[in-house]
Design a binder for this molecule. Structure first.
Ligand code: ATP
Ligand code: MG
Length: 420
């Protein structure tokens, strides 16, 4: 072991388990690629103000969880705690929204950083795959995103997840509800900080996980009863579209989400095998965000799914993704001359698209065959001194154990045909 350890709240992804992680990312991205979403990548850090404004001053993310630092040049930056605000910033900066074809649909995959109290499923460095559809107000777009997330979880074989759905209203009806909720909260027995939060962002108090707070919220007014007609119609349409797509969901009139910028459709994917870190993903509509960061009005909707927790959900359901071995052919040279010959054959195989690996370090036959086994390769190529003299190589089928001599010059053609 070295003197150093991974920083608190982080972990390393190592082979072979890392393959599951990559496959999860892939599975989440595939339906998006298939539905008109283009890949976007933004920097791992941004001006801290982008998050303060875009995520909201009163959120846990901004008040407690951001990694903020000052550069030598005097800029105040933050490691990104989420990627919706950066994506919108990038789209506005590049004027993608002016190119005339709204919505701009993009997906991303990458690291997020939050200074949290580490627990299982809650890390300081974690990974999300997310999707954003920017610049259109259309219930079919909200439905599309929910359907696509559902599709990726189903494709992974997950079953014990639930989709919780709610509407947070818009700038017409939410203020009325907000005032009613505030009135209600002021009458409760809450600590100073929570009362303060009730004044800044009362909806977030509904999200308080503490039982002593939850107990007092049973009779809290519900947004559902305050939605304006436009929001009601919109929400009904989203529900109908996802129902027609066969997606099962639960109405959760108390669902609010951590970020201040959500409007109307809001949803969360929860998994019942994860204990208290049960949210595997979430999202919703954020019609006001663009204006909050200085852009034009661009009603938008998106989600982010947590890759780490999705992997934990797979474990909880006992699902092992079927990941084919990366290596098809493992080459074992015995002796100096054989090493040179076989190494150039491996390079040729690779150039021809055959996944091949090589026994390095001058191993003897036994140790080299062990390595061949571990690699998961379908075939081993063994080249000894006598083979060399005869211009042949031993091709071993690692499944059947069957071994045949083939000409050194036939290696590429023979393996290409055997591997299809
Ligand atoms: P939570 O309520 O668990 O703190 P959140 O509302 O802060 O979650 P979002 O900001 O909506 O989470 O992020 C979307 C997804 O990213 C979550 O559903 C979760 O899967 C994942 N996620 C968020 N924070 C963490 C973390 N600290 N470690 C691992 N995954 C995380
Ligand atoms: Mg959180």
């Amino acid at each position: 072991m070295s003197t150093f350890k991974a920083p608190k709240g982080t972990y390393d992804l190592l082979p072979p388990d890392s393959a599951q992680f990559l496959a999860v990312r892939e599975a989440i991205a595939a339906p998006l690629r298939n539905s008109g979403y283009g890949y976007i990548e933004t920097p791992g850090f941004e001006n801290v103000e982008l998050f303060a404004r875009g995520v909201g001053e009163s959120t846990d993310i901004v008040t407690k969880e951001m990694y903020v630092f000052e550069t030598k040049g005097g800029d105040r930056l933050a490691l990104r705690p989420e990627t919706t605000a950066p994506v919108l910033r990038a789209v506005l900066e590049a004027n993608l929204h002016k190119a005339g074809n709204l919505p701009v649909k993009v997906w991303y995959s990458g690291s997020q950083y939050r200074y949290e109290r580490p627990q299982k499923g809650r890390y300081r460095h974690f990974s999300q795959v997310g999707a954003e559809a920017i610049g259109a107000e259309d219930p079919a777009l909200d439905a599309e995103l929910i359907i696509l997330a559902d599709q990726s979880y189903r494709a992974l074989g997950l079953q014990n997840f639930r989709i919780l759905l709610n509407s947070l209203g818009d700038k017409e009806c939410r203020p009325v509800y907000r005032a009613a909720l505030q009135d209600f909260l002021r009458g409760l027995d809450l600590d100073e900080e929570t009362l303060r939060r009730a004044e800044i962002n009362p909806l977030r108090v509904l999200d308080d996980k503490r039982p002593e707070v939850q107990k007092q919220l049973t009779d809290a007014p519900l947004l559902r009863d305050y939605l304006c007609d436009a929001c009601k119609t919109y929400h009904e349409e989203v529900r109908e579209l996802i129902t027609a797509a066969g997606v099962v969901f639960e109405d959760d009139p108390k669902l609010v989400r951590g970020l201040d910028y959500y409007t109307r459709t809001t949803f969360e994917f929860v998994h019942d095998g994860l204990g208290s870190q049960s949210a595997v993903g979430g999202g919703g509509r954020y019609d006001g965000l663009s204006e909050m960061i200085g852009g034009p009005s661009l009603p938008s909707v998106g989600w982010a799914l947590g890759v780490d927790r999705t992997v934990l959900a797979l474990e909880a359901e006992g699902i092992e993704l079927d990941i084919p071995s990366a290596t098809s052919v493992f080459a074992v040279p015995l002796g100096e001359e054989a090493r040179r010959v076989l190494f150039s054959k491996v390079t040729e195989l690779r150039k021809n698209g055959v996944a091949a690996d090589f026994s390095y370090g001058g191993k003897g036959l036994k140790a080299a065959m062990k390595a061949a086994n571990r690699s998961g390769a379908r075939y081993a190529l063994v080249l000894g001194e006598r083979d060399l003299a005869e211009g042949v190589v031993q091709l071993k089928d690692m499944e059947s154990g069957e071994q045949t001599a083939i000409g050194v010059n036939e290696i590429v053609a023979e393996l290409e045909s055997r591997l299809g």
